[in-house]
Design a protein. Structure first.
Length: 826
């Protein structure tokens, strides 16, 4: 939000320098990102206000002219000018030779030099808005008001400082000059002078001229309108054009400029309809019909669908509520009657409409942040007054103000006790009231109803009740709803830097161990050390996303968010699988030739069976990981095989080794994992999770065709249980060398490698075993497979002889044959 200091001073006195004012506002929570000194390049003796005395034709060019300019004190200058709008009698901006002006040709600020143009010497320039650095307009020169004093340095006449306020979403009131003025007044002890909104009404009764109806009160909270007839379309006055230009708006004509001016002044968007183009003189605020066509003011056609809100006449939409007007009710130079709209629309619906149609406007930017409905009639009367002054005409008697759910101004309590608890400072009641009053709050009566009285009694002990204030929230503030909001207002206004350091008002709670939190940190570290990268995704998701990974039960839907930011974030996820596959898909589109190894540790939210609305879901901590793409980066040394089941299993084994957990892998089934490439993970009797490769038809839903994707999913609560059952024992490392033997075994195809290794590793002198080959085919009977292991023998008492190792190997083979029916492969 650009805030010209000259505009701000219309409502509140400002004595601070722009930089000091910016600092004070920032410290109070209204961050000023930059201060632009307009006119910093206008040297006092080189850029002046001039008066065009005469305009003669150029002797050698039809499109060039020779204006003679009075610069004051009897000094005149004649220069070459190509602007079509230069005329005798105008007050203009004159730049002498040596002045710093913006060059449209080079796109830079350059020093103005004497030049000979088509045979005529020119030592100066009559400036446009572009050349002064005030905007992009360069079709003609900048014409000043008639009262501009000749010879005055332009920096004294038009120089300004523009504050760039970086407004947070919770402060829509600061998207207005008046909103900033109230902040300045509170910080400087000044009073805000609000604009006059009174005007004569000598036209016919407005209700006899136009009929307005709100068909969807859930989407339109308030709709106010006034009617001005007999207007004349033309340019707005210089002061308004300058204000709009400095605030980043492009002047268009008097009517449009008035609506933009009042929007920036109050923060309330407005729109003007040519009432003669509104069929039936009827305005209906309704949801769009399925497939309804609409052409917006920018000439772009749109297909609308409910619940997009439209402003319609008796036949078609003439505006898209909260976003943009329609081309079919657009004003032209022939417009004589205008219906002014000032309304309040649903922030959520406005945001959804803007997202769906990709239409970002100043109006939608404000409505999405939730402005107060009380602003609508105030801004409407201000715009109507300006319309009468700048466009002429007559105003119809009264305004139409439809307010289906008329709300009283909110009243919020604040107590000294709460301020002491939060800030550690004991302000008096009068100090609190004075601070809040400076921000526009008003003292309200104590609650009178029985329910209000009960709430007041519950809010504070009897000794504190007299120290509780009830404050009415000002009409421009939509962010104040609870007591702590008022505490924050007090803190930021008196200054966070003035609040003394004190001891905590309450005892620091006793620290309790958080095993699951500690486990999460360990798990993340181990996964990163295994070559995985952590990702973080939003907890809300869509039903389609959950359905894509078979995590949606129609009879027990996920928890729905009451006020979702958008339809894409409407339900709390019941699985991390869709989240990480969406993340993988986004990264795969960017890094198509790289291997991707990612994991996420987060909560899922499982709804209770047959739960009522008050029952919270079961929250579970889960880890999900996926691996996809080439196993190694491209190299003449490396294989270009894709990652799969065993890569995911290897990452998990790194995790389990770090936690000291012995895990068994057994064939399993999962609705989205490939049959035959899926295994469950158990530690003792505790089921930890699953690992496998995702089926191709599931990958298609996430645009992940082309690479296999291996996935693992671990329940962290089960992992914590398994980790807590680990018995750690220590033994001295052997000083004697290891001995190796390779075993090639013929076993039934359904015998798992884990069961074979359990028997091998059970031998007291076996320090480890590793499978290194699996084979089916020639030389191996049907229904059998050949599995080869490297077995490591080591004794803590001495070096093993070859005969001893052979004997131990024979013991292992006999145990395998007896328990699993294995045969030694020849």
């Amino acid at each position: 939000m650009l805030v010209p200091l000259s505009w701000l001073k219309n409502y509140v006195p400002v004595t601070d320098t722009p930089q000091e004012l910016a600092r004070r506002l920032t410290m109070a929570g209204v961050e000023i990102g930059d201060v632009d000194e307009m006119g910093a390049n206008w040297e006092r003796d080189k850029v002046l206000v001039g008066h065009v005395l005469t305009v003669d034709p150029h002797p050698n060019a039809d499109r060039l002219r020779l204006p003679t300019v009075d610069l004051g004190d009897g000094e005149t200058a004649t220069v070459v000018c190509g602007a079509p709008n230069v005329a005798a009698g105008q007050k203009i901006v004159f730049a002498r030779e040596g002045a710093m002006v913006f060059s449209a040709r080079s796109g830079k600020i350059e020093k103005l030099k004497k030049a000979k143009i088509r045979g005529v010497e020119s030592a100066g320039m009559v400036c446009s808005v572009l050349e002064l650095g005030m905007g992009d307009e360069h079709e003609g020169i900048l014409v000043l008001d008639e009262d501009a004093p000749i010879g005055t340095p332009l920096v004294d006449y038009l120089g300004d400082a523009i504050l760039d306020a970086e407004v947070t979403p919770n402060r829509p009131d600061c998207l207005s000059i008046l909103g900033i003025a109230h902040e300045v007044a509170a910080l400087t002890g000044q009073q805000v002078t609000e604009p006059d909104t009174s005007y004569p009404e000598d036209g016919p009764d407005i209700e006899s001229e136009v009929n307005i109806e709100i068909a969807d009160p859930d989407l339109c909270y308030r709709y106010a309108a006034s009617l001005v007839t007999g207007i004349k379309i033309g340019p707005s006055p210089q002061w308004m054009q300058e204000a709009l230009t400095k605030a980043g708006q492009r002047p268009i004509n008097n009517v449009v400029d008035i609506t933009n001016y009042v929007m920036l002044e109050y923060g309330q968007p407005l729109h003007a309809f040519d009432i003669n183009k509104v069929k039936g003189k009827a305005v209906i605020v309704r949801a769009a019909r399925e497939g309804e066509k609409f052409v917006s003011l920018d000439g772009v056609g749109h297909e609308l669908n409910p619940p997009m809100l439209t402003i319609a006449d008796s036949q078609d939409p003439v505006g898209l509520a909260g976003v943009m007007g329609g081309a079919n009710s657009e004003m032209t130079d022939n417009t004589t009657s205008v219906l002014l709209e000032s309304a309040n629309f649903s922030p959520i619906n406005t945001r959804r409409t803007r997202n769906a149609l990709d239409m970002n406007t100043e109006a939608s930017y404000r409505f999405e942040r939730g402005i107060r409905a009380a602003l609508a009639p105030i801004a409407l009367r201000r715009a109507t007054k300006l319309m009468l002054e700048l466009c002429g005409g007559r105003v119809a008697k009264g305004i139409i103000d439809l307010y289906p759910t008329d709300r009283e101004p909110p009243v919020v309590s604040i107590s000294r006790r709460r301020i002491r608890q939060v800030l550690g400072v004991d302000y008096t009641t009068s100090q609190i009231e004075k601070t809040l009053t400076s921000l526009g709050f008003e003292r309200a009566k104590e609650p009178g109803g029985l329910i209000d009285l009960i709430e007041a009694v519950e809010a504070a002990p009897a000794a504190e009740r007299n120290n509780t204030l009830w404050m009415k929230v000002p009409y421009w503030r939509s962010d104040i709803t609870i007591e702590d909001d008022l505490v924050e207002e007090v803190a930021r206004t008196v200054g966070y830097d003035t609040i003394p350091t004190t001891m905590l008002s309450t005892q620091i709670p006793h620290w309790e161990p958080q095993p699951i939190t500690e486990l999460k940190d360990v798990v993340k570290d181990l996964m990163v050390s295994a070559g995985m990268q952590e990702t973080i995704s939003y907890s809300p998701t869509t039903l389609d996303n959950l359905s894509n990974v078979d995590a949606l039960e129609e009879s027990n839907l996920p928890l729905r968010i009451a006020n979702p930011q958008s339809s894409e974030w409407e339900y709390m996820r019941t699985s991390l699988r869709s989240s990480i596959l969406n993340t993988l898909g986004s990264n795969r589109r960017i890094a198509q030739s790289d291997g991707i190894r990612i994991f996420e540790v987060a909560r899922i939210y499982l709804p209770q069976q047959e739960a009522n609305e008050r029952e919270l879901p079961t929250e579970k901590e889960v880890m999900v990981g996926v691996l996809s793409g080439p196993r190694f980066t491209t190299s003449w040394l490396a294989s270009q095989e894709d990652m799969g089941f065993f890569d995911a299993k290897g990452a998990l084994e790194h995790l389990f080794t770090g936690l000291g957990i012995q895990v068994t892998y057994e064939a399993a089934s999962d609705s989205i994992l490939h049959p035959g490439r899926t295994a469950s993970l158990t530690a003792g009797k505790t089921v930890l999770g699953v690992v496998g490769e995702i089926q191709p038809q599931v990958l298609e839903k996430f645009d992940l065709e082309g690479y296999p994707v291996a996935m693992f999913e671990i329940d962290l609560e089960s992992l914590l249980q398994a980790a807590s059952e680990v018995n750690i024992s220590y033994k001295a490392a052997s000083r004697f060398p290891e001995s190796y033997r390779d075993l090639a075994l013929i076993v039934d195809s359904d015998v798992s490698s884990a069961s074979i290794q359990q028997i091998i590793n059970r031998h007291g002198l076996v320090s480890g075993s590793t499978p290194f080959d699996v084979y089916k085919g020639g030389g191996v009977p049907e229904g059998k497979k050949s599995v080869a292991y490297r077995v490591v023998f080591q004794s803590p008492r001495g070096t093993l002889t070859s005969d001893e190792v052979d004997r131990f190997q024979g013991d292992i083979i006999r145990q395998l044959t007896r328990q699993l029916g294995t045969e030694l492969r020849g």
